[in-house]
Design a protein around this ligand. Sequence first.
Ligand code: SF4
Length: 373
Amino acid sequence: MGLYLHFPFCRKKCAYCDFNSVPAPDTGSRSRYLRALGAEIRAAEAGLVDTVYCGGGTPTVHSAEDLAGILGEVKGRFALSQDAEITVEANPGTVDRESLAALRAAGFNRLSLGVQSFHDCLLVGVGRIHSAEESREAVTAARAAGFTNLSLDLILGLPGEKEEWRDSVAQAIRLSPEHVSLYPLSVEEGTLLAERVAADTVVLPEDDEVERRWRRAARMLEEDGYRRYEISNFARPGFQCRHNRRYWERREYLGLGCGAHSFLGKRRFWNTVRWDEYAERVLSGEIPLAGEEHLSAEEERGEAMILGLRLAGGVSRREFAACYGIDPEEAFPSAVERLQDAGLLRRRRNRLVLTAKGRRLANLAFAAFLPES
Ligand code: SF4
């Protein structure tokens, strides 16, 4: 299975962020959270793990030594496959040569850096704590530390963005990471950015324009040899994120830490979201469960379509039938027909894949596989 570990603290909340993250509390509270996470790891049912993903929040607000300690707990509890992919997310403003070398030495072998843009004015506008120069330095330091599997996150359509996106993508390509995640900015309810948009105090590029920039950025990456393997993700051959592929392929994962979700057998369950409540519950010997669900056969099939269609390879009809006992075209006859007629979905040999238009209107395409459609 895959193992996800959640680290909820950041130096500061970014304006657009709706992840389960909060500004880091004092050192004592941070240590308490790590103690709880260690305890949850030790209490988990042991098993064979081939991907570990430390996400957040910003795991690297904790010291490299603390993160190495958590990875040590993982190794003490689970059998890690020899070639396990072990990712740590980092904000470029929270790492340096020393900390990256220590993380690499501890066994982390994939680094995902939240660069977002190589333009300081755009970074400042959304409250990122780092500069473009710090991102470049973090990449250099990661290479010096021996990270040979490096991913950069970029966001297009930041407030006030004009032509800077092109230079950001070009700079990312020059740094030659093995993997790039390319997202259009999304305004999520409850964020500072949503408030600013409602108050008309921020200027966002038009959606169509962001879409156009995104397509051109994707082309720049593809011309440089990156392959798009998921709606927002590009990789050099051999460097797709194995952990994230698990989610899209509906394979098992265990999530530990506040708000973390798990999928084991046919059961989905998740932990309490607030870090302080989570720590309190775990440290007093409770299981920090907040909810669970068992999907019906129909929900499982719908989910398999929605997740599988995110991948460039789409959904294999043969594999789908082997898993769910029915061909996807028979399971969703009207949805498949409607989407094909609308030019959003097509058959490619034995697979169903989204077309370019389908990828652009992915949410519309996915809605067709929800049970109430
Ligand atoms: S650093 Fe990442 S997780 Fe933290 S607030 Fe910013 S976007 Fe959210």
